[in-house]
Design a protein around this ligand. Sequence first.
Ligand code: IPE
Ligand code: IPE
Ligand code: MG
Length: 239
Amino acid sequence: MTSDLPNSLAARIPRHVAVIMDGNGRWAKQRLQPRAFGHQAGVRSARRIVRACYERGVEVLTLFAFSQENWQRPLTEVELLIRLFVQTLKREIKSLHKNRVRIRFIGNHHDFPEALRTMMADGEALTAANDGLTLVVAVGYGGQWDIAQAAQSLCRDGLAITPEAIEARLAVADLPHPDLLIRTGGEKRLSNFLMWQLAYTELYLVETLWPDFDATAFDGALAWYAGRQRRFGRVPEAG
Ligand code: IPE
Ligand code: IPE
Ligand code: MG
């Protein structure tokens, strides 16, 4: 359903949008509130963007929820983030399912509590047959880990390490690479997100803090993307 966007825009909707949801802490600080307050607002923002994606006909949305490096934050913040993740998953899974969203989790989940791993597996199983938006949640994820685990699995099987072979064993091997990366919060870096898959992604880096990034801001990103000329190393097409 792309009816509320001009035709020219609707025609150039990215198939896959990836988002580094950054700036929750600073958003809370601006309001003289603890970081937890910002993370709670961040969840509400994520919910808005998921909805915007399925309303606009985006096929895949990947959200960076927790990086491998985020384990190095103070234990209280790590625990809060995990708790928020569990609560949100519990609360939202039914409504995601109802809206035909297929959910996937990527990352190094080796050290995650068993109960959480089961919850993620259950959410994936429940929504596996859905034909709407594919929502990929990167949690405990690192781009370098992803490439390394793909290479390790090829080594284990005694196979040659080629770009195609690595590609086939990445955490989201069956999905198209992101067309558009949105990073909120003003930083101009990838912070070990989808290092391999972002090779030719259009980068939209904005100052807006994640809790302030609403559907209008998202449409701004889509409009910007619609104006990009993607060349993939080639020369522009004639005409
Ligand atoms: C992003 O917001 C959320 C996570 C990394 C989990 P931050 O917590 O990084 O917020 P800032 O960057 O400190 O403002
Ligand atoms: C990136 O944000 C990770 C997520 C949004 C989950 P960070 O706040 O962790 O990134 P750095 O540390 O500023 O690079
Ligand atoms: Mg940050």
